[in-house]
Design a protein around this ligand. Sequence first.
Ligand SMILES: *Cc1c(COP(=O)(O)O)cnc(C)c1O
Length: 368
Amino acid sequence: MTGKELFYIAEAHFNGMLAGDGAFTKRCHKWLEDATGAKKALLTHSCTAALEMAALLADIKPGDEVIMPSYTFVSTANAFVLRGGIPVFVDVRKDTMNLDEKLVEAAITSRTRAIVPVHYAGVACEMDTIMDIARRHNLLVIEDAAQGMLSTYKGRMLGGIGDLGAYSFHETKNVVSGEGGALLVNTPAYGVRAEIIREKGTDRSRFFRGEVDKYTWQEAGSSFLPGELIAAFLWAQLLEAQEITQQRLDVWNRYHQLLAPLEQQGVLRRPIVPDACRHNAHMYYVLLAPQTDRSAVLAHLKSHGINAVFHYVPLHSSPAGLRYARVHGDLPVTTDQAERLVRLPLWVGLAHDQQDLIVDALREILLR
Ligand SMILES: *Cc1c(COP(=O)(O)O)cnc(C)c1O
């Protein structure tokens, strides 16, 4: 919490307008558009909802293929599976755990409709290459930028580069509203349909702007917009977003410095951020050396009161992944590195002595 959340919620309450698209939602939209360069930003209930909107906008039909990493959160795949689409999993890069752009082109078939790069840990995918492949093959690019808010690729905000981008404001992300998200529309042609899909398939947004004299059912849609209490909470967070990011970066950079000796001793590898990216310190993870017993490391940290965790079980190896998706190649990097990854606690206000304790406990078990 930044301090002003309840203040703005009280203001929304005082205004007496609690449904979606009120004053706070409009402020959040404008802030997101100014910050990202998106043509249109639309608050949603979650990043999951924003991805589901993207799948509707992309007109995904049964049998259509969507290229994405297997090393991601389930929502990246679910959004398209709900429309009958088939996730096609491609391996990730060793350095960033992001979609390996060099493998994407070979995964394209006549059924491919979209590429979904996921900016893992808020570190950018190689977007120039991905955008170039998409343009040459007439595919949409939908950025899963759930973790990528305020990170940049060659100076451009993540989520603002592809045709569409999705943010998450879930409480585990950098900027939060409990549950929450946003769809960024960067290709103007999708703007009007995005508003319609988000408002139960109606042109209600245009009606309220006075552009049509009644609103009617235009196409298949749903209710993807959050109420004003959520937007009021989020507004307080957006005003502090730069400060939150800076404080997270301080923690991230200190981990990076403290863990350098362990990397030199070969017991772990620290995260790698490509030169093209300025990241938002969403996550600090380490890759343990092969053959290290990760469960033992996590148990040791837990015994010191440290909540370190692993991350995604690759989707291609999960029950629903086996049922709904297709794999391109063997995904050796995904399989290997997902099993060696450990995330360390990172939040605004993590004190130096707490961080020292974490690093000491890690050193103790890894050099045992
Ligand atoms: C958190 C996350 C999501 C889902 O976000 P919600 O707002 O919880 O729906 C999707 N994709 C990735 C990569 C995420 O990290």
